[in-house]
Write a protein of this length. Sequence first.
Length: 488
Amino acid sequence: MSKQIKMRKKRIRNLIFIFSLTAVILSVSTYAWFIGMRTVNVSSFDVEIASTDSLLLSLNGQAWDSTVQISQSTVNSASYTGNTNSWGGAGLFPISSIGTMDVNSSRMQLFEKASLTTTPGGYRLMASRVKNYKVGEETLPAEQSGYVAFDLFVKNFSGTQYLEALDQLDEEAIYLTTDSSVKVAETGVENTGIENSVRVAFAQIGRVAGTTTDAGKITAISCNPNAEFKPSVVNGTTGICRTAQIWEPNDVDHVANAISWYTTSCKARKAGTDGANITFDSSYTGSCGTVAQDSSYPTYAVSTDIASTDNVDVYDGAEYNTYTSSAKLTAYPYFTDSMKIETGTSRPTFMTLAPNSITKIRIYIYIEGQDVDNYDFASIGKKISVNFGFTKERYTEGDIHYTTPTIPDVERPVISLIGSDPMTVALNGTYVEPGVTVNDSKDGVIAPEHITTTGTVDTATAGTYTITYTATDAAGNIGTKTRTVIVK
């Protein structure tokens, strides 16, 4: 077996999910963020997700597989009945979040522009919470226009013990792959910087035991708030709803036009009573902090509603206009591309999953309005592509200077089922054997005469039956695969 083939197979085994998305920006607004970007529409894009042997994925809590595909056209048909997935609605509007969860609604808290006016040293920031949450006993509203949101269910069966109580120390580390990226698509316009403001948030809602087969219970996973509105365990469902992990791609990339916009519009803001009113010229003096290519800077994201009386400027923050008294802005600790490429023991965990569990994760994709790269003309970029993946491996071959040894052909043939598994047949119906395909790393496709099928299905008797497939390659290595057939 060649080194190239082995390395490719090893890489595939290490992947947990691979997402591929393309967001198309159709309109250019007059202003960016709270400075504008108010009509950034989403066209169709596909999501492809792949998993390792110890993980299965689902969009509906019932059909589990190692790969899942979702797109704008299939988001509802591929998902479960009653889902609240959203593909952006009327368009992507720059919003802001620090990943805080609304436990009562099992949704991430998001904030949008409420009003805008210029200040002598920037722009007055007013923000209101996006109404994607419920109050009291009212019906949960739909996710609003302006961002992408969908549910992904992950079955992790790397262990046999399931610990119901929520303790992150009991969970398994997951890492972001080094080839994860956000960039301008081939049909887009480069050097506008729109790709530098994208955020992808991963909000773990809750989990159940990995042995759970009731799809209704799986899709209904929520934060399970108790009387104090904290996650709890209810009927075997463990609420999680910890602050979402948010990935900031391209954290050290800043196009020249974004830097020029910031340098031109931002002025340092005075502290104390002199700088209390942002409409006064006397509240500002001097230059703001420097923003330069190849350096990472914090995003002071919105953490709560902001009124005009709060006197918040979009550039408030120690790194920008030096003003640190705007309590409603928070420097969010994103997981950045700079962290992604760290190696060995320095490689940080991206998120954790409990062994022998099924976890409901709500994924949000949006443009962060408070990102310094989100300037007036960024939307001219038109089209971006987002790709990311997860791995369980802390080290790569390069981290340990791995050299592939010469290994004899001892790998078993790989059997792939044709058709579904489990397969359902109606009582007194007809079972038609779908068959399999078999490939070997050395011999290629295995001929049918080297494949045997054992097991029977009695369609006259309701029950669960197992069909076993066995294949042998030229070196005598044997591979097996089973299919579950349910007669009901």
